[in-house]
Design a protein around this ligand. Structure first.
Ligand code: ATP
Length: 647
């Protein structure tokens, strides 16, 4: 009996890749080369004098042909084929018995001169003996063909290499050939290679609980389908950069032991129209072949941004929209329970098209946040596992020193500390290496070699001392832990704070933070009577904060409880402001007033505490780095009661 079982479609890896054969480029050139009448160049060249002496005087020429007014071809009479003088030139040519000519040629300056010289030479010849002369025009078809063929070949070659180059850059999967251009560039991690599990993900308890359900769907779908439940198709992970979205998606694949297709949203977007949509189609096709599996689309905002938004500014939105439409179609298209689950990551879910987030598509939203102290401790534990450390390293201390750090920052600190210890040729990584690594991640690496003039150093010391004294005296400013005047990264000095993990911030805290930031400039003005460029970063920060206070948080009496904050991101793209010109002016005025009031108060505060300022600055000039304990020794304990000093 004949076996009618259909052969399964070849998988992407098995599929023979159609490669463009370069032979099609070279072939026409080779053919032209071969068929060029190179034999023509074997006609013997002679001079007019030789022609006159050896041919004309013997009346041996049958005819002369003037070609293109440039040269004269000479045909010898066939009757002289056996003549000793001409035997050679009559030698059989390519495919003929006898060379029918032309046998010689000579160049001429102009046709008129040639005619005159021939007339002179033939003086005394009878009419019958005069050599018949004809004039012809020959076109060199070889050079002509090259003339039009070469540009075509060059354009084609350029096009081919450009396509191949950009397809190659887009990723291994889709690159390599123009015929693969619309293929997905997703990397596939096979189920046997997905070795990341929930053990590698620390903290994120709630998020892990939610994704554990997906692992269950993939492992034993029957448990759910037999009760009539539908398996979710899409899950979107939202959170700041480095909070472990990709890691969590990989862990889901690793736990469920299913293949994992990973692609970044920007890889769909190419300069050629239609490529994105075709890549989406190909990605889902490949995924269905490998089901059950996970598709992970990182930075989905690259394609999933709300349609129509920003079209006015960017202009080239059609390609992104058609890619997004294709993604929506594919998500609708595949059956609910076919085992392909799409996980996507985004830093801003509010920017995404609502159609993408509706039930049946990415209907599950998991929010990841920056880790708190306990979570940071857990993340540190994961990344400290492979490190060789001494007993001075205290995980709890490390977690407490890194508020606001993401999982990726922590992973970076752990690696950085190992590098620092290795550079110092230590056997084990110690607490100091971790502290140095944290400093490095926060403020950049130390640049001790930077040349700083003594008077500049003094300004920097007073500037940093200004920050330190104001921060110490105002109780709502985050605790200061260290001040340094060693240049790091781009900055010439820095103050380290330990932010408290608060969910709400009061107006007073905002104002005091502005004051701490302006403390550097105020100190310069008090001590030197003029200010320097060193406050650029501070002023930038102060201006931004002041605008948020006035225009977003309703902290200004004149603007009132009105907020121009736009959580949808729509106004990021539009030129028009969400408020009137008058309100705009008012916001500007209020911001300026706020900053100048805070600056005035800060200066007053520092004037009153000038002695402290000088002491801290002098210590900084002496030691370069001043710690919390040093500050306490100079300034006494930090105020703890209700508002102690006016900011
Ligand atoms: P982005 O939005 O920039 O793409 P992401 O949220 O996808 O960032 P990941 O790529 O998952 O971040 O994280 C980067 C690295 O940070 C991980 O490879 C891992 O080493 C570390 N990391 C982040 N979060 C955690 C965590 N919760 N537990 C352990 N390691 C973590």
């Amino acid at each position: 009996m004949k076996n009618n079982k259909a052969k399964p479609p070849p998988s992407q890896e098995d599929r023979p890749v159609k490669r463009f054969n370069l032979v099609w480029l070279y072939l026409p050139i080779i053919v032209l080369f071969l068929f060029y009448p190179w034999s023509g160049s074997s006609i013997k060249e002679i001079t007019w004098q030789q022609f006159e002496k050896d041919i004309l005087s013997r009346k041996a020429a049958e005819k002369l042909v003037v070609v293109n007014n440039e040269k004269v071809e000479v045909y010898i009479k066939k009757s002289l084929a056996n003549d000793k003088a001409f035997k050679d030139v009559f030698k059989p040519g390519f495919g003929s018995e006898i060379n029918a000519g032309p046998h010689y040629f000579f160049s001429i300056g102009s046709v008129e001169t040639f005619d005159r010289e021939l007339d002179d030479a033939e003086k005394g010849f009878s009419v019958n003996d005069k050599i018949p002369v004809t004039y012809t025009k020959e076109t060199n078809w070889f050079l002509n063909s090259i003339g039009w063929l070469l540009p075509i070949v060059l354009i084609f070659a350029f096009w081919y290499y450009t396509l191949r180059g950009s397809a190659g850059m887009a990723g291994a999967g889709g690159g390599g050939s123009i015929f693969n251009f619309g293929k997905t560039t997703a990397t596939l991690i096979g189920k046997e290679n997905s070795n990341i599990t929930f053990n590698d993900v620390a903290g994120l308890e709630e998020a892990q609980m939610e994704v554990r359900e997906i692992v269950d769907f993939l492992k034993s779908p029957d448990t759910y389908t037999k009760l009539g439940a539908k398996i979710p198709k899409g899950v979107i992970l939202v959170g700041p950069p480095g909070t472990g979205k990709t890691l969590l998606a990989k862990a889901v694949a690793g736990e469920a032991r299913v293949p994992f297709f990973s692609i970044s949203g920007s890889e769909f977007v190419e300069m050629f129209v239609g490529v994105g949509a075709s890549r989406v189609r190909d990605l889902f096709k490949r995924a269905k072949e490998k089901a059950p599996c996970i598709i992970f689309i990182d930075e989905i905002d690259a394609i999933g941004r709300s349609r129509g938004k920003g079209a006015f500014l960017t202009g080239a939105n059609d390609e992104r929209e058609s890619t997004l439409n294709q993604l929506l179609t594919e998500m609708d298209g595949f059956g609910t329970n076919n085992g392909v689950i799409v996980l996507a990551a985004s830093n801003r879910a509010d920017m995404l098209d609502p159609a993408l987030l509706r039930p049946g598509r990415f209907d599950r939203h998991i929010y990841l946040e920056l880790p708190n102290t306990t979570e940071r401790e857990a993340i540190f534990k994961v990344h400290l596992r492979p490190l060789v450390m001494d007993e001075t390293v205290d995980v709890h201390f490390l977690a407490s020193q890194t508020p606001g750090f993401s999982g990726a920052d922590i992973a970076n600190i752990c690696n950085e500390s190992a590098l620092i210890a290795a550079r110092k040729k230590e056997d084990k990584i110690g607490k100091q290496d971790f502290t140095d690594a944290i400093d490095r991640v926060v403020a950049g690496s130390e640049k001790k070699s930077k040349i700083i003039l003594p008077e500049e150093k003094k300004i920097i010391a007073y500037h940093e001392a200004g920050h330190a004294v104001v921060s110490w005296l105002l109780k709502n400013v985050d605790p200061i832990i260290k001040v340094s005047i060693i240049p790091r990264g781009k900055s010439l000095g820095a103050a380290w704070y330990l932010p408290e993990e608060k969910q709400l911030m009061r107006k007073q805290a905002f104002t005091e933070n502005l004051s701490a930031a302006l403390g550097g400039r105020a100190a310069e003005e008090i001590m030197f009577g003029e200010v320097s460029t060193g406050a650029l970063d501070d002023l930038e920060k102060v201006t931004k904060e002041a605008y948020t206070m006035v225009a977003y948080y309703g902290f200004n009496e004149k603007i009132g409880n009105t907020s121009y904050y736009d959580s949808t991101g729509e106004h990021d793209m539009s030129i028009q402001k969400p408020f009137s010109e008058e309100t705009g002016k008012m916001i500007d005025e209020e911001v300026r007033k706020l900053v100048s009031d805070v600056y005035f108060n800060t200066k007053e505060l520092l004037e009153q505490n000038k002695g402290y300022l000088q002491k801290v600055a002098e210590l900084l000039l002496k030691k370069e780095v001043v710690y919390k304990e040093d500050l306490e020794a100079i300034l006494g304990k930090r105020p703890t009661g209700e508002k102690s000093v006016k900011a």
